[in-house]
Structure formats: structure tokens, C-alpha cells
Design a protein around this ligand. Structure first.
Ligand code: HH2
Length: 335
């Protein structure tokens, strides 16, 4: 099997045969063709099979009502006592509401979660997770906030309650593999879903994670999960993928996934990058305090945008938006 990684560019000097990357702000004239059993090679777009060219360059359909021809920011709102960086701050409904309103100024989507999935986290009972999330979403809607909301959950009943309360997107860090009812629930609701790569459960995922080739292994996993989701009735046009930074990965694994991120466009669906404040940012950036990792998080987010990632999941919405505006201006990309 061959894997096609478009070499994403934004330079104003664009060769005649270059193609838009996923209909977005990057272009590519070359593709790195990767395989497990041999060396990688660079191929000009003109020498690619037509279906590969189409898959890599076609505009992605709107996702949850959002056009993906420009980078989108997903603001994180954890309604939990124990999330690794904002745990306990927004557990009270009033605090959650105020934070949602503040983030809605700069975010294209709000991602609301009621269960921490940080390394070592314990599972939250379904009723508790619903009680944390659905009322906050309902209150946002009652308060007139129209920003799209995603529900960050592995559980079908939590997703269903959130959708009923006004959420429009399901964000599943287990890529429908945790709850057997998840895929059919999402299909039945006609909702879009984010499928993220992870291994095992949060309790055990950081115990010596190993891959044959992390980039290709994560690609194969997501490819298989897309196929399973489609078989369950979720059309490809309603699927986004995410390599799951920090979920069963060492710092070296995270870096390999970020460097090779544009490979995931070969799945033909939009790509989300969620690196905000994660441990490897602290390790490499030498910052022990998660809340102080905004600069490193912004640097990684921009690295993702430079490879055409359509959505960035971040805690520091206003700071990321400012950085993104400057990146767009410098690279001549429309806001
Ligand atoms: N990361 C976290 C949770 N959900 N969803 C997606 N799609 N991608 C991610 O990278 C991702 C995610 C973990 O971060 P956070 O929500 O800040 O922490 P916690 O799990 O401790 O609540």
C-alpha cells in the first residue's frame, strides 16, 4: 500500500501545475509517497493517479455548518473537576456559561466535555457526564448563543443528550470504539463526528506506547474507523479525523504526527489538530505549568495550519485567533 503525503506550501511563487490542498489555503506541487516496505519518494502532482489528485485537492464539504476553506478554531470548555489544564474552573454552570460566551468571540466551535481523558483519568458515570454537559449546552442556547457546539464524549447517551440540548457535532476520542451504540446514534441523528486516534483507555494509554510506524499506523487506524462509521450509516461528508496528540504517544510520536500531518488529507476528509497545553509542549517548551503553555500551543497550532489542518482545538482561543490572523496576513491567506 502507498500513502500520499502532500507537501503543503503557502508561498506566493506557485508553480503552474500546483493544486489546492483540500480546497483550502495551501497548495502542493509534490507528494511524498510513503510505504512500509521501502524508501519514501517525491512525486510531482502531474505523475499521480487521478483519483489521488482528486482526493487530496477536492474542497471538503461544510462540517456542522462551517465552511472549511479557512482554518477554524475550536474552543475547549471542560465542565469537569479534573481536566489537566482547566479542571474545576468551569464546573459551576455560571462559570461555564461565562467562559463559553467569552470564547464565542473568537471560536468557530465550542467543544464541551464532561469527562477528562487526560492520561490516568478515571471514567465518569454516564448520568454524571450528562448532568455536567447537557444543561450547559441548553443554557448557552437559551442565552441566545448560536455558535456551533461539539460534545466531547465517548458515550452515545451523552452525545444524544447533548444533541437534544443544542449541540451539533460529536467529538469522540475513541473514534466510536468505546460505546457500541455510538456510531448508530450519530448516524440516526444525522450529526457530523470527529474520529480521533487513541489506544487503550486514558487510564493505561501512556504505558509504553509503541508503533511500527506511528504516522502510518495512525493513518491505517483512522482509515479503518472511517470505513466502520460509513458502514454504520455516517456518510463520509460528515466525518473529520484527528491523530490524537498525546493519546498513547510519546513526545517523539507527537512530533512525527505533527511533522507528517498533511498525510491525513489522503483520507479525503478534514483534519483536526488538538495539541493545546499538552505534556510534550511542556517537555519541549520547558514549562511545567499547563496553563502557561499558550505560546508553545500556538506554535504547534500554526504548524498545523501550515499543513492545511482545517480545525484547531485550543484552550487559548483569543491568543490563537490573534496568531492565526497574523499567520494569514503574512502568508496572504484570506481570513
Ligand atoms: N484532547 C483532549 C480531549 N478531547 N478531542 C479531540 N478531537 N482531539 C484532542 O486532541 C483531544 C480531544 C484532551 O485535552 P483536554 O480536553 O484539555 O483535557 P481533559 O481530557 O483532561 O479534559
Amino acid at each position: 500500500m502507498e500513502y500520499y503525503r502532500p507537501i503543503a506550501m503557502t508561498d506566493a511563487a506557485r508553480p503552474a501545475g500546483a493544486l489546492p490542498l483540500a480546497g483550502g489555503w495551501c497548495w502542493f506541487a509534490q507528494v511524498e509517497v510513503l510505504r512500509r516496505d521501502g524508501p519514501a519518494r517525491l512525486v510531482a502532482v502531474g505523475d499521480l493517479p487521478g483519483e489521488v489528485r482528486d482526493r487530496l485537492s477536492a474542497p471538503r464539504p461544510d462540517f456542522g455548518g462551517l465552511g472549511l476553506d479557512r482554518p477554524r478554531i475550536m474552543g475547549i470548555l471542560n465542565v469537569t473537576p479534573d481536566s489537566f489544564s482547566d479542571g474545576g474552573r468551569f464546573l459551576a454552570p455560571d462559570a461555564a456559561l461565562a467562559q463559553a460566551q467569552a470564547m464565542a468571540q473568537g471560536a468557530d466551535v465550542l467543544d464541551i466535555g464532561g469527562e477528562s481523558t487526560r492520561p490516568g483519568a478515571a471514567e465518569v458515570a454516564m448520568a454524571e457526564e450528562i448532568a455536567r454537559t447537557a444543561p450547559v449546552i441548553a443554557a448557552l442556547r437559551a442565552g441566545g448563543l448560536t455558535v456551533p457546539v461539539s460534545i466531547d464524549t465517548r458515550k452515545a447517551a451523552v452525545a444524544q443528550a447533548a444533541l437534544a440540548a443544542g449541540a451539533g457535532i460529536v467529538n469522540d476520542v475513541a473514534a466510536t470504539g468505546f460505546d457500541p451504540a455510538m456510531a448508530s446514534t450519530v448516524a440516526g441523528a444525522g450529526a457530523p463526528i470527529i474520529l480521533m486516534h487513541s489506544v487503550k483507555t486514558p487510564a493505561t494509554m501512556q504505558d509504553d506506547p509503541r508503533y511500527e510506524d506511528v504516522l502510518l499506523d495512525v493513518f491505517d487506524f483512522l482509515n479503518a474507523r472511517i470505513a466502520m462509521a460509513e458502514a454504520a450509516g455516517i456518510p463520509r461528508a460528515r466525518i473529520m479525523v484527528d491523530p490524537g496528540i498525546g493519546f498513547g504517544k510519546t513526545a517523539a510520536h507527537n512530533l512525527a504526527l505533527i511533522r507528517g500531518l498533511s498525510l491525513f488529507h489522503d483520507l479525503g476528509v478534514p483534519v483536526l489538530l488538538g495539541a493545546s497545553r499538552k505534556r510534550f509542549i511542556g517537555t519541549i517548551g520547558r514549562e511545567d505549568v499547563a496553563e502557561a503553555r499558550m505560546p508553545g500551543s500556538v506554535a504547534v497550532a500554526l504548524a498545523g495550519v501550515a499543513q492545511g489542518a482545517q480545525m484547531l482545538r485550543v484552550h487559548d482561543v483569543a491568543e490563537t485567533r490573534q496568531a492565526l490572523r497574523l499567520w494569514q496576513a503574512v502568508n496572504g491567506v484570506d481570513e
